[in-house]
Design a protein around this ligand. Structure first.
Ligand SMILES: C[S@@+](CC[C@H](N)C(=O)[O-])C[C@H]1O[C@@H](n2cnc3c(N)ncnc32)[C@H](O)[C@@H]1O
Ligand code: SF4
Ligand code: SF4
Ligand code: SF4
Length: 410
């Protein structure tokens, strides 16, 4: 096992699911909806006030730093009433004893109202909104159980956030349907003046199990690969990123922030990237279900990756357990030789282990499904990243890359 960073030198981070996997939408690609199968008592999957208080107290007390970040996730976290979050804030005040406490919430945006937005503004919430680009792309997969599209409601939600001056960012998935339209996609976010954008590729395999789940199980190896139809093509993912990167280079560096570009630059200069998929190790962010069950990662909510329950184990115990440390270290320890000798390992780190189900040319298992696209992306951005690194080292703004890129093209 590789050496991990000293425990306790970083915040303990946990995403919380106050309504479990319950949601008012039924996006066709959603990996979380089916987690309800692990909780047959599903109809009652809401966090009690008593558990909320226990979590808030323990989460704050587990931190070794003065800042504490709460992340509310789901399912759809706005399916709890505002009063639930007001209680959470009261507990934060009681147990925070002067610490700086921040809250962010990840939502599909369809349930936003003036009242929610006022609440978020007053309490400084950062709101992550899921929106998959323009209407046609978004509505392809993001619909409710009756098949009704959600774009119109999400757009209305974003307008409300803007009206109330709430800080927000966009989270967009890239799938088989929208991957061919990178510029339409990117320009949409500029049109709605969203300056912080996260793109996440959909990679899912169909794997029907007895427990009622159908999507990727990470322990599913040596099986016939049965890609879910919404999965993004690996090379197209690379082309998509390259096209948006070139567009971003024209005039947006320093004004629009694309998480995968920032994370690549972070790796280029040897800083921690802001996204786990490009980090060296996993396991920094656990998730807690409505009933206090804690899992290794949001994409590893499976019985095999359950770390315990907050009623019987402390958060520190679970997040620094041998099981979780191994989960974290496995990301680097299980890399195939093709990755170990890859010139972009420092930037890619083999991406997410969930996606490592191909075999290398030498027949070694564990190659990332997205490898071809990732290599294309890193090769394409390398000269610009090298330049930005040089600028940063000389304490000049990396945005100088825009002029440099223009000159290269002349
Ligand atoms: C599971 S949702 C929970 C929060 C909230 N309901 C929402 O949609 O923002 C969190 C994020 O995961 C994304 N997502 C859903 N299924 C995915 C998948 N199979 N692969 C990658 N991301 C996915 C969603 O688009 C959303 O941005
Ligand atoms: S809104 Fe979020 S939780 Fe609900 S189905 Fe869509 S991605 Fe899944
Ligand atoms: S398994 Fe994937 S999603 Fe989970 S921490 Fe690792 S890289 Fe991130
Ligand atoms: S680009 Fe491919 S070979 Fe290189 S580290 Fe990433 S997944 Fe491995």
């Amino acid at each position: 096992m590789s050496t991990l960073a000293t425990p306790f030198a970083r915040p303990l981070y946990m995403m919380v699911k106050p309504v479990g996997s319950v949601c008012n939408l039924a996006c066709k690609y959603c990996y979380y909806l089916e987690k309800g199968n692990f909780y047959p008592e599903k109809k009652n999957s809401i966090m009690t006030d008593e558990l909320l208080e226990k979590f808030v107290q323990e989460y704050i007390n587990s931190q070794t730093m003065s800042e504490v970040l709460f992340t509310w996730h789901g399912g759809e976290p706005l399916m709890r009433p505002i009063s639930f979050y007001k209680k959470a804030l009261e507990f934060q005040k009681i147990y925070g004893r002067g610490r700086q406490i921040d809250n962010c919430i990840q939502t599909n945006g369809t349930l936003l109202t003036d009242e929610w937005c006022q609440f978020f503004k007053e309490n400084n919430f950062l709101v992550g909104i899921s929106i998959d680009g323009p209407q046609e792309f978004h509505d392809e997969y993001r619909r409710n159980k009756q098949g009704q599209p959600s774009f119109y409601k999400v757009k209305k939600g974003i307008d409300l956030l803007k009206k109330h001056g709430v800080e927000y960012n966009a989270m967009a998935v890239v799938n088989d349907y929208n991957v061919d339209y990178p510029l339409e996609f990117y320009n949409f976010f500029k049109e709605i003046e969203c300056h912080y954008i996260q793109f996440s590729p959909i990679v899912e395999r169909i794997y029907e199990q007895n427990d009622g789940t159908k999507l990727t199980h990470p322990l599913q190896q040596n099986q016939e690969i049965n890609l879910a139809p919404f999965t993004v093509d690996s090379e197209k993912w690379g082309d998509f990123l390259c096209a948006i990167f070139d567009e971003w280079l024209k005039e947006d560096v320093g004004t629009y922030f694309v998480q995968l570009f920032d994370a690549a630059l972070a790796n280029w200069v040897g800083e921690q990237p802001g996204i786990c998929t490009l980090a060296k190790t996993c396991g920094h962010a656990g998730i807690m279900e409505f009933n206090g069950d804690v899992y290794s990662c949001d994409h590893y909510v499976f019985p095999e990756y359950k770390l315990g329950n907050i009623r019987t184990h402390s958060l520190t115990e679970m997040m620094y357990s041998p099981k979780q440390l191994k989960f974290g270290a496995d990301k680097a320890d299980t890399l195939p030789n093709q990755c170990k000798s890859c010139e972009y390992l420092f930037a890619c780190n083999g991406e997410c282990p969930k996606n490592r189900f191909l075999t290398t040319a030498d027949g070694e298992p564990g190659l990332n499904y997205l490898c071809k696209g990732l290599k294309k992306y890193f090769t394409h951005i390398a000269p610009y990243m090298d330049f930005m690194k040089k600028e940063l080292m000389a304490q000049r703004p990396p945005a100088n890359v825009m002029e440099w890129a223009r000159k290269q093209k002349q």
